[in-house]
Design a protein around this ligand. Structure first.
Ligand SMILES: *Cc1c(COP(=O)(O)O)cnc(C)c1O
Length: 237
């Protein structure tokens, strides 16, 4: 079977789903509480088509240009998630077009998304939880300032937090980082209760966990997992 055949991808999907189920059992959660986003960056159209046929409706892409090429070729009922690093000058291309922007971490991007949207756009605030030098995201201690700022933009619907911790061989290494994210989420909720209660009901998501560590992320409270390699195979990038 070839890498991108329906059978291969369907089997990958079933495996991932059963791993999600087992992680839920271990942590008294239900699979309905976890949204699977299939991160399809660098994979060809036929891979997305097969995954769609297998039932996936949430896809994540990282590069605006690549996404713009794929999108018109695919069904309209796909929910697109932009998970890559976002430059403010590219915001206009995704503002009204994606279900959720996972990677908002600064004012210029908020401002541009707000300006370019004709209706509120769903966003997550990205946190650089491990304080890596090269990574996007605000440091944990700056999150509340970013959250406060976000409440000034009428066209942003802040739905929660996202993190992209370092790749680690042992997923347990990321467990304390996921725990920190859960705590930050709770702190953000408390802040909203006090300062912007009307925004509370939208703030429900914790996007964390990738191929290598999604089970640990689920055990620590993820509501969205972003999975590429376990679904589509290795990327050739
Ligand atoms: C590529 C990517 C993923 C998927 O990574 P895998 O390890 O292949 O599952 C998830 N999130 C973001 C932000 C990514 O860029």
């Amino acid at each position: 079977m070839s890498k991108y055949s329906f059978d291969t991808l369907n089997q990958n999907l079933e495996r991932v789903r059963s791993r999600i189920e087992r992680a839920c059992e271990r942590s008294d959660r239900t699979p309905e509480q976890i949204r699977l986003v299939a991160v399809s960056k660098t994979h060809p159209l036929r891979a997305l088509e097969a995954m769609y046929e297998a039932g996936v409706r949430h896809f994540g892409e990282s590069y605006v240009q690549e996404w713009q090429q794929k999108r018109p070729e695919l069904p309209d009922d796909i929910n697109w998630h932009f998970v890559g690093h976002l430059q403010s000058n590219k915001s206009k291309y995704i503002a009204d077009e994606v279900r959720l922007v996972h990677s908002v971490d600064r004012k210029s991007v908020m401002k541009e998304l707000d300006k370019r949207s004709s209706q509120p756009v769903g966003v997550l605030l990205q946190v650089n939880v491990a304080k890596q030098d090269s990574k996007s995201g605000v440091f944990p201690e700056d999150l509340i300032d970013l959250l406060e700022l976000s409440t000034h933009y009428e066209n942003l619907r802040v739905e929660g937090l996202m993190t992209l911790p370092p790749y680690v061989d042992d997923p347990e290494t990321n467990r304390p980082r996921f725990q920190t994210m859960h705590r930050l989420y709770d702190e953000a909720v408390e802040w909203l209760e006090r300062h912007a209660p009307e925004k509370l009901e939208d703030f429900t998501e914790l996007s964390m966990g990738m191929t290598n560590d999604f089970e640990v992320a689920i055990e620590e409270g993820a509501t969205i997992v972003r999975i590429g390699t376990a679904l589509f195979g290795e990327r050739n990038d």
